[in-house]
Design a protein around this ligand. Structure first.
Ligand code: MIC
Ligand code: SF4
Length: 638
């Protein structure tokens, strides 16, 4: 078996390990973050259990920590009260980004982790099977139910040789994105092997598994080897180490070979993570902003490299350089060894240990500005400036460009920088509050911004509704339900946040949908890629959307639609997409029977054409839709 199959077989609760077939996985650990967590704990409360049943569950506050207005602060207090009540560890605001902290303090090789954030696979860098999902899937996992997912195909990415000078882990994953695209990982786990693995530290591996999310992959994973043991030992957690390697005769569904010694520094052009070219090809373009941070590139070694590049120099006068360390542990280490002072004296603006600019919470670039970022997503508008151009780069390219004021190949800096992994990290878990012992009756503290969950109706027999919106390929959840500080503050208030649904595409969408009493969304390939935010399903549900008909879906978003009772359909013949115009009336009859037989037909009232449509729903997913969503299904069946 390969590593993925080993972990899956040890956690298989139902099903057979045939790629594409639905399996149920026992989940050992869960994580939530503030922007998805409020819903997840409201959902857990609705399930009605007094305490979580996982080995470990952690609630992080890291996304929107600005606390502009009372909304965020109230959400954070609610999350702290929910963690104490339900037996969950609470990582306080300022302690760091969930994925970085989980890697440092909790991840374990061989275990399963389900997180209400799409970058949960970061912990795959430790040899963990870590999967992102919607809040309701995480809530049900906290309640002890298995997680249902299609058995992934396993892609073996064989890393050959030693990385060329100035080639970073970020360049390796950018190369994978260049080859496989943002749809290339859907339904797959990326499993990294080969002699090149030994040259990568755990945080470097985590940069690669983190950005597997941009491939649409179910997860990404590395073996657990001597580097893993050393990392865990430096975290004071050597007891959490278990070695994990594929069997010598392990089989894979696909193989991708990458020669690390032949790579060059790469970057992703605006506005998709797979628009990858060599840094050298675009060198010289002026830069307005450089952001170093996010769950992809904010580890100790990342920022030590940046400090070494900036040491004794000053950022270009035209560049705003912002640095957000990934965790309080990283910041403490940099403060203790003087690297923080070097960053500050070089002109870096130090931000809180949080997601911040990555998700548009502050530091929006100037109009039509160019921002180089070490984060993972450069979707249009995500930075908060609609016409900004975001390039995704390594820390080395970011630092070199911040000094020069133009996009700069880091190889121009001369001798490459080596940063040793410390033997011991400054471990201090006092910002992580363990839950009190079971038995105490604790309150859930809710502010006025926390509104009840909308509930779907059981699926109707017939759908007749107008096409409210027709969109193209690769529509992201940032298009469907944008983030940013102002909108993120409404994550616990579905009626209010729904008024921003699709506003980046069509400002009038929410009002139109409400006036029409709902409708249908038509889309292209890879619809719903990106985030795990279930708000991208909840807001359409609130606005009356009945079904989403597209060429293909991203995994997490499709499951979120099912979880909230919205019917996800795909064209059997992609050419039928072209026949549909906004405003067309689409009719689906005998829906329940047609769904079970997988013979759904959509009739267009205007053109008179009938489109055969497919669904890739399992029997269980159909049951969930018929029941009116996962909460009702759980209520009925368990
Ligand atoms: C993201 O990077 O888009 C987020 C913000 O972390 C999301 C979660 C969310 O929308 O709250 C994700 O990746 O799942
Ligand atoms: Fe936070 Fe950005 Fe990572 Fe999402 S991608 S978890 S917003 S740092």
């Amino acid at each position: 078996m390969n590593i993925t199959q080993k972990i899956i077989s040890a956690h298989l609760a139902e099903g057979v390990m045939t790629p594409g077939q639905e399996i149920a996985l026992k989940i050992d650990q869960t994580l939530t973050q503030d922007a998805t967590g409020t819903m997840a704990y409201l959902e857990f409360e609705a399930i009605g259990l007094p305490r979580v049943k996982t080995e470990l569950s952690v609630s992080y506050v890291d996304h929107n920590t600005l606390q502009v207005g009372f909304e965020n602060a109230d959400d954070h207090r609610f999350l702290q009260s929910a963690a104490a009540k339900f037996g969950v560890y609470f990582s306080r605001m300022g302690n760091g980004i969930c994925h970085q902290v989980h890697l440092e303090r909790f991840g374990k090789p061989g275990k399963t982790l389900l997180g209400s954030d799409s970058h949960t696979p970061t912990c795959g860098g430790l040899g963990m099977l870590a999967i992102g999902a919607g809040g309701l899937d995480v809530a049900t996992a906290m309640a002890g139910y298995p997680f249902y997912v299609k058995m992934p195909g396993v892609v073996n990415i064989r890393l050959h040789g030693r990385p060329a000078p100035w080639v970073a882990a970020k360049d390796i994953i950018l190369e994978v994105l260049r080859r496989l695209t943002v749809k290339g990982g859907v339904g797959k786990v990326m499993e990294y092997t080969g002699e090149g693995v030994a040259y990568l530290s755990v945080p470097e591996r985590a940069t690669i598994t983190n950005m597997g999310a941009e491939l649409g992959a179910t997860s990404s994973i590395f073996p657990a080897d001597e580097a893993t043991r050393q990392f865990l030992a430096a975290q004071g957690r050597e007891q959490d180490f278990t070695p994990l390697q594929p069997d010598p005769d392990a089989a894979y569904d696909e193989i991708v070979d990458i020669d690390l010694s032949a790579l060059e520094p790469l970057l992703a052009l605006p506005h998709m993570p797979d628009r990858v070219v060599k840094v050298a090809e675009v060198a010289g373009r002026p830069v307005n902003q450089v952001f170093i941070g996010s769950c992809t590139n904010s580890s100790y070694t990342d920022l030590m490299k940046v400090a070494a590049i900036l040491k004794g120099r000053m950022v270009d006068p035209g560049v705003s350089l912002v640095v957000a360390p990934g965790s309080r542990q990283v910041l403490t280490a940099l403060a203790a060894n003087g690297a923080l002072a070097e960053l500050v004296s070089a002109g870096a603006r130090i931000l809180e240990c949080a997601c911040g600019p990555c998700v548009g919470v502050g530091q929006s670039p100037v109009s039509a500005g160019v921002s180089l970022r070490t984060s993972n997503r450069n979707f249009e508008g995500r930075s908060g400036t609609a016409d900004a151009e975001i390039y995704l780069v390594s820390c080395e390219t970011a630092a070199a460009s911040a000094l020069a004021g133009v996009i700069t190949d880091p190889r121009e800096l001369g001798e490459p920088i080596q940063v040793a992994m410390p033997d011991k990290f400054p471990v201090d878990d006092r910002m992580i509050i363990p839950p009190p012992p079971a038995g105490a009756e604790l309150p859930l503290v809710m502010g006025p911004n926390i509104k009840p969950l909308p509930v779907a109706a059981p699926l109707a027999e017939q759908i007749e509704a107008a096409v409210l919106l027709k969109v193209g390929d690769n529509i992201t959840t940032d298009h469907i339900m944008p983030a940013g500080a102002t909108i993120l503050a409404l994550r616990s208030n579905i009626p209010a946040i729904s008024m921003h649904c699709f506003c980046a595409v069509d400002q009038t969408f929410p009002q139109q949908a409400l006036e029409a009493g709902g409708g249908i969304i038509v889309g292209g390939l890879n619809y719903g890629q990106g985030s795990s935010r279930e708000h991208a399903a909840l807001a359409p549900l609130y606005l009356g959307v009945k079904t989403v008909l597209v060429k293909s879906f991203a995994r997490i978003h499709m499951q979120n639609l099912v979880n909230f009772g919205l019917l996800p359909l795909t064209f059997a013949d992609e050419a039928d997409y072209d026949d549909i115009q906004p405003g067309d009336s689409l009719i689906i009859d005998d829906l329940r029977a047609a769904l079970s037989a997988n013979k759904v037909q959509v009739r267009n009232g205007r053109s008179g054409k009938t489109y055969p449509v497919r669904h890739s729903l399992s029997g269980r997913q159909i049951e969930i839709l018929l029941a009116g969503g996962l909460l009702k299904y759980v209520e009925k069946n368990v």
